[in-house]
Design a protein around this ligand. Sequence first.
Ligand SMILES: NC(=O)c1ccc[n+]([C@@H]2O[C@H](COP(=O)([O-])OP(=O)(O)OC[C@H]3O[C@@H](n4cnc5c(N)ncnc54)[C@H](O)[C@@H]3O)[C@@H](O)[C@H]2O)c1
Length: 285
Amino acid sequence: MAQHIGKVLVVGAGQMGNGIAQVAAQAGLDVVLNDIKQEFVERGFANIRRNLQRSVEKGKLTQDHMETVLGHITLSTSLQDGHDCDMAIEAATENMEIKLGIFRQLDEMLPSHAILASNTSSLPITEIAAVTKRPEQVIGMHFMNPVPVMKLVEIIRGLATSDAVYETVYNLAVQMGKTAVEVNDFPGFVSNRVLMPMINEAIYCVYEGVATPEAIDDVMKLGMNHPMGPLTLADFIGLDTCLAIMEVLYEGFGDSKYRPCPLLRKYVKAGWLGRKTGRGFYTYA
Ligand SMILES: NC(=O)c1ccc[n+]([C@@H]2O[C@H](COP(=O)([O-])OP(=O)(O)OC[C@H]3O[C@@H](n4cnc5c(N)ncnc54)[C@H](O)[C@@H]3O)[C@@H](O)[C@H]2O)c1
């Protein structure tokens, strides 16, 4: 039977974590927003405030309601603060070692009934679940960026995920105003198995001098009716995240068609991670 989720711990207060925290608080949940440093959680919280303020200015939200939503969120730098949460949604850096470490701790610190979800873009849910003593309560809950705007949540069942946990997370996604789509646990799920090779191919077009980033984005926007070109989208997602996802596809399928473009590696090594660092395929003020 599906369970009620009243309080959720969001791990990672980066662009996805603060979006998830905002939407959860707007859905009436109590939220603990966690990151490794106080300045990171404060930056995440400031982003939420800025986002909600924009909604107030557009007349979509009252100032009072905004304060109520913000009042649902507490800030944390210790996973122990999840001790009374019904669920954790992990949105930390896309790196298996980091995620396994977090899930081991969540398993220790959260109550036995709590569901442990990951917002990973590509990493195997089954493998993450295996480091816990509750693999049937581990699931993928993959939001899209920006979380407050995008409707889709891919829900990924690990090998052991129970039907009751799936149903609970499905209901939660609906409560958060999202449309949930069920997907099985394979590298990149559906979204990034289809999207990321296209982005990688666009990067190869830059690498091989086929066209400029602007020209490639124009082709895809004007020719394919994509709202955003693939290189603008890559900068928006974060080039480190794009590379991590391509590595997962490449290793997971052992197929050379998923090899990450050397130019993508070079940009990540240079610290050109896209919008979040001010430079990627484009520069940002
Ligand atoms: N960027 C996207 O478009 C997108 C879309 C869907 C899913 N995702 C996934 O969401 C996750 C987060 O991505 P993001 O774009 O928000 O990255 P980000 O770099 O903006 O944020 C990651 C945050 O995790 C924090 N973190 C790292 N280790 C931690 C730990 N041990 N405990 C707590 N916090 C920790 C970092 O300090 C950082 O603030 C990744 O798994 C990514 O694949 C990203």
